[in-house]
Design a protein around this ligand. Structure first.
Ligand code: AMP
Length: 489
């Protein structure tokens, strides 16, 4: 059994209490001081048995402390994306029914959670400490991702799954002296790489917590001498567009970790041209398998051998397994994941859970997670081809197209089709009267995160149905394109 992340953190704090643990734009904190904060927060959490802790904080010392404290107190946590519209946060809170909410008092009012204990972490009594010898909750966290009905889907990650992933993180050689950037929003599971990759190993965690740094990440890397960087490949595209991928900016990095969407040869061309000696790894995995479960190490001399339409995903890490199901051969099919990093399923949704977490095949009764990712093998390499459903990535963010359609319907357009178009989304709706695109997009801001709002929405009097009586997506897409470009056919 792998050690729990909370115990790993406490061990590091005991070994090097003066080492920097977290360095934000506003403050920094040592391992010893972070441990005191974690134990003091845990005292408050532990007043309730097995507390469900909702973290309503941006990337900050208190957010990371609350994650560790929830485990120490025998509970689990759900982090909110503070950039989400209030309505989305309320929906998550209503589903979770948290016992404790940690956050700024004004936000807690907005969330209006009946019965939850509100904690303002700025008013904490640090003389109190929980030793945390009691039983731990079997869940570590529940992360809410885009759900096709418009209701966010809570992925339940067991402590053992997180411990397995953190154990793999331990093989990456991160340790004291490393400076690990924290780029992903804490509500996205890629942040788990940074948080536990750093805090379980004695390294310093450096959140990109101001907008300017997020727009110019390579300057942040240079300013802080970041040694470990993890993000979606989209973040490299941002750096490339700003012409920031240079030796001068990135020289301190020794490990780049990518996950979450296809890594492209052009990303690697740029990175290896700037820092040929850096280690780059592509990893693959959905939130439902605890961040990632494959790894491909890439080097300047040989990376091109692993590139097809995108960079190969690599092999399953120790203890995890990929089966390709439903394809024409054993070398092509839907990725089904088996192993100890699998989620327990979806929060209070046994139907959705049963649909995606089921026996691998009639011959293989193990429970696998059916990812919806179609993949194929060439030689020893596994490549991502496409999604087999309506889940897409928009600039690195996971979005169910049906979630966007549901939000449009709620705005009074009952017939709507949403598509990925280039790097953004676009939609077509049925509207009988004059249609105000700008007004609809403005209303969607109250329901969807910015990346999920279609860049263009066009209207027609009627959308065609196919022979099954369903909306004909092919014809809707063609019609939408015609309206947007003003071209016919
Ligand atoms: P998320 O749950 O947000 O991590 O999104 C998971 C989805 O991201 C997967 O099911 C894939 O569709 C996609 N994904 C993750 N890693 C990769 C990768 N290395 N290459 C291509 N797609 C990826």
């Amino acid at each position: 059994m792998q050690p729990d992340v909370v115990d790993l953190f406490l061990a590091r704090a005991g070994e090097r209490p003066d080492a920097p643990a977290i360095v934000t734009s506003a403050a920094s904190i040592s391992y010893g001081a972070l441990e005191r904060r974690v134990r003091a927060l845990a005292v408050v959490f532990a007043q309730l048995p097995s507390p469900k802790v909702l973290i309503a904080l941006p990337q900050s010392i208190d957010a990371y402390a609350a994650m560790l404290a929830s485990g120490l107190a025998g509970g689990f946590y759900t982090p909110l994306n503070m950039a989400s519209p209030a309505e989305k946060m309320r929906r998550i809170a209503a589903q979770l029914e948290p016992d404790v909410v940690v956050g700024a008092p004004e936000l807690i009012e907005t969330l209006a959670i009946p019965g939850a204990r509100m904690i303002d972490p700025t008013a904490l009594d640090e003389t109190r400490r929980l030793e945390g010898a009691g039983a731990r909750h079997d869940l570590a966290y529940v992360l809410f991702t885009s759900g096709s009905t418009g209701e966010p889907k809570g992925v339940m990650i067991p402590r053992t799954a997180l411990a397995h992933y953190a154990d793999w993180l331990g093989t990456l050689g991160i340790g004291p002296g490393d400076r690990v950037a924290q780029h992903a929003n804490v509500a996205f599971d890629l942040s788990v790489f940074d948080i536990y990759g750093a805090l379980c190993r004695g390294a310093a965690l450096h959140p990109l917590d101001v907008e300017g740094d997020r727009l110019m990440p390579a300057r942040f890397i240079k300013r802080h001498g970041i040694t470990v960087w993890s993000s979606t490949p989209s973040a490299v595209s941002v750096m490339m567009r700003a012409r920031q991928v240079t030796q001068a900016n990135l020289a301190s990095i020794r490990l780049f970790n990518f996950c979450g969407e296809p890594l492209l040869k052009e990303h690697l061309d740029a990175l290896f041209a700037a820092v040929p000696g850096a280690a780059v790894q592509n990893t693959y995995g959905p939130t439902e398998a605890t961040v990632s479960m494959t790894k491909l190490g890439l080097e300047a001399q040989s990376y091109a051998d692993h590139c097809a339409t995108s960079v190969a995903l690599g092999d399953a890490i120790d203890g995890m397994e990929i089966v390709l199901a439903g394809g024409p051969s054993a070398d092509e099919g839907e990725i089904v994941i088996v192993g100890p990093q699998l989620a327990r399923g979806y929060w209070r949704d046994p139907q959705k859970t049963a649909k995606s977490f089921r026996a691998v095949s009639a011959q293989d009764p193990r429970i696998g997670y059916f990812t919806g990712d179609w993949a194929w093998r060439r030689g020893g390499d596994l490549f991502f081809r496409e999604r087999v459903d309506f889940q897409v990535k928009v600039r690195g963010h996971r979005v169910e197209l049906d979630e966007v359609a549901a939000a449009i319907r709620e705005c009074g357009y009952p017939v709507a089709c949403v598509f990925k178009r280039g790097e953004a989304l676009a939609a077509i709706v049925e509207a009988q009267d004059a249609f105000d695109e700008a007004a609809l997009r403005a209303r969607l801001q109250a329901k969807l995160e910015l990346h999920a709002i279609p860049e263009r929405i066009v209207a027609v009097a009627e959308l065609a149905l196919n022979e099954n009586g369903k909306l004909d997506r092919g014809r809707a897409a063609a019609l939408m394109e015609e309206r947007i470009t003003g071209r016919n056919g």
